[in-house]
Design a protein around this ligand. Structure first.
Ligand SMILES: [Zn+2]
Ligand SMILES: [Zn+2]
Length: 134
């Protein structure tokens, strides 16, 4: 088990390092994630902004500011992959799917989801043993 994780985008131009334990790891069913990312629910690892640093290629990343919400998408200018998004608290939210891809399709145990949250706002029902929180 490691408390340092490394990820990169599809083309490898942008590399990030995450330090320590994520604040939250779970599945978010809120409408903001759907709106920002166009996905049915978000598999999140949420970090304080200073836990996530660019190892290389910071200048190759671009930021999209949502027109009405205090949320951003940070993506690679070359391959278009979203490296993380931010929420109103300024946390950096990294998809478990991106991490998985960077770890030979195996999400590290210490980053796996512990719950579903904002489950009352869902558009898909989930049949799994994890707790479902409003
Ligand atoms: Zn890229
Ligand atoms: Zn959400």
């Amino acid at each position: 088990m490691s408390d340092t994780h490394h990820i990169s985008c599809d083309c490898g131009s942008v590399k990030l390092t995450m330090q320590g334990e994520p604040k939250v790891r779970g599945f978010c069913h809120c409408e903001d994630c759907r709106d920002l990312l166009k996905i049915p629910y978000h598999s999140v690892t949420a970090w304080e902004s200073d836990q996530v640093t660019f190892t290389s290629g910071e200048q190759e990343a671009a930021t999209f500011q949502h027109p009405t919400k205090r949320m951003q998408r940070i993506y690679c200018k070359h391959c278009g992959e979203t490296l993380f998004n931010t929420n109103a608290m300024g946390w950096r939210i990294i998809s478990q799917l991106l991490i998985r891809k960077c770890y030979n399709d195996e999400l590290p145990e210490e980053l796996k989801s512990k719950m579903h949250f904002f489950y009352d706002r869902r558009i898909v029902d989930i049949d799994d043993p994890l707790p479902k929180r409003p």
